[in-house]
Design a binder for this molecule. Structure first.
Ligand code: TYM
Length: 333
């Protein structure tokens, strides 16, 4: 079966609806007929200098949300990035074949470093996408399910994979493909529906966090920005706010956009928002119960992660040894 790899950063207490619909939903669906590996990328989270105790807590919380969403550790490997040292080790090799200009062209780096200034920007933030490439290449990954904002990082990963293959011989590593599901690849901010939903949003009212109080979530949906027309139809250019609500509605209910448009034909935005608020709360309530179940039993959660790390490590060590060899590092006897 094709190998899947993906990860999320534990940079917030809660994942948001964009993470869920853009990535996590795909992860759960893909594990049925793929060989899937899902990672909590805590080393990546160090690029924002988190408080140590907070990072540790968020790492468990992120894993608990993967499980609550349906990642099944019997079928898939679920682990924490820093538990497998090969990630940091392969990242060094890849740093040595990545151009400085090439890394400097990453738009996420440019945006973030612009905000932080030269002194606030770390070298870790600069090489962040190289560590991501290491995550992916370590497992001979075929497909990487992510949202639209990761497309450029996946292109860099492919370029590095092709470079390894041309330098050290065809088949040195697998060249991965991005798996980006168009309908939900970019969920937008409820208050600013032309910007992606993100934890660093300008206003918290634009964000739906999976662990938010359902009452707050319902209020945020009811006050989502729409437009001055009345018609409920999917048209992301002319009607970004309404289209985003329809996207979320469709993804959470598995109903098609045309069937939603037909149902709301002649009805007002208030009706749509009220119904969508109910749909989202009906999803979040049992989800939150499951998350709290996992968090109430950290020993069991840690055991799941430990088992995952063991399985991931065996695969990763194999690839790392192969690459150390190709790069010409002397084998230890
Ligand atoms: P992160 O933690 O920022 O986001 C996790 C996943 O959520 C997706 N996503 C969205 N999808 C749709 N709409 C949105 N508004 C939205 N916001 C976020 C992201 O595209 C991502 O799939 N660099 C990665 C983490 C990473 C990784 C990896 C991913 C590290 N190593 C290896 C895949 C493979 C990141 O920052 O994701």
């Amino acid at each position: 079966a094709a190998r899947i790899f993906s990860g999320m950063q534990p940079t917030s207490d809660s994942l948001h609806l964009g993470n869920h619909l853009g990535a996590l939903t795909q992860w759960v669906a893909l594990q049925d007929d793929h060989d899937a590996i899902y990672c909590v990328v805590d080393l990546h989270a160090l690029t924002v200098a988190p408080d140590p105790a907070v990072l540790r807590d968020r790492t468990r919380r992120t894993a608990a949300q993967y499980l609550a969403a349906g990642v099944d550790p019997q079928r898939s490997i679920l682990f924490v990035q820093s538990h497998v040292s090969a990630h940091a080790e392969l990242a060094w090799l890849l740093n040595c074949i990545t151009g400085f200009g090439e890394a400097g062209r990453m738009t996420q780096f440019k945006d973030k470093s612009l905000k932080l200034g030269a002194e606030g920007t770390t070298v870790g933030l600069f090489t962040y996408p190289v560590l991501m490439a290491a995550d992916i290449l370590l497992y001979d990954t075929d497909l990487v399910p992510v949202g639209e904002d990761q497309r450029q990082h996946l292109e860099l990963t492919r370029d590095l994979a092709q470079r390894l293959n041309s330098r050290f011989g065809a088949g040195t590593v697998v060249v991965p493909d991005a798996h980006i599901v168009k309908a939900t690849a970019k969920i937008f901010d409820l208050q600013e529906p032309t910007a992606k939903m993100s934890k660093s949003a300008a206003s918290p009212n634009g964000l739906i966090e999976l662990l938010d109080d359902p009452k707050v979530v319902a209020r945020r949906i009811r006050s989502a920005v729409t437009d001055t027309e009345r018609e409920i139809r999917y048209d992301p250019v002319a009607k970004p706010g309404v289209s985003n609500l329809l996207t979320i509605y469709s993804a959470l209910t598995d109903r098609s956009l045309p069937s939603l448009e037909a149902e709301y034909d002649g009805r007002g935005y208030g009706d749509l928002k009220k119904d969508l608020a109910e749909v989202v709360v009906a999803f979040l309530t049992p989800f939150q119960e499951r998350v709290h179940g996992y968090l109430d039993d950290p020993a069991t959660l840690d055991a799941v992660l430990s088992d995952g790390a063991e399985r991931a490590e065996a695969l990763a060590q194999d690839t790392l040894a192969r690459l150390y060899d190709r790069f010409g590092l002397l084998r230890r006897v």
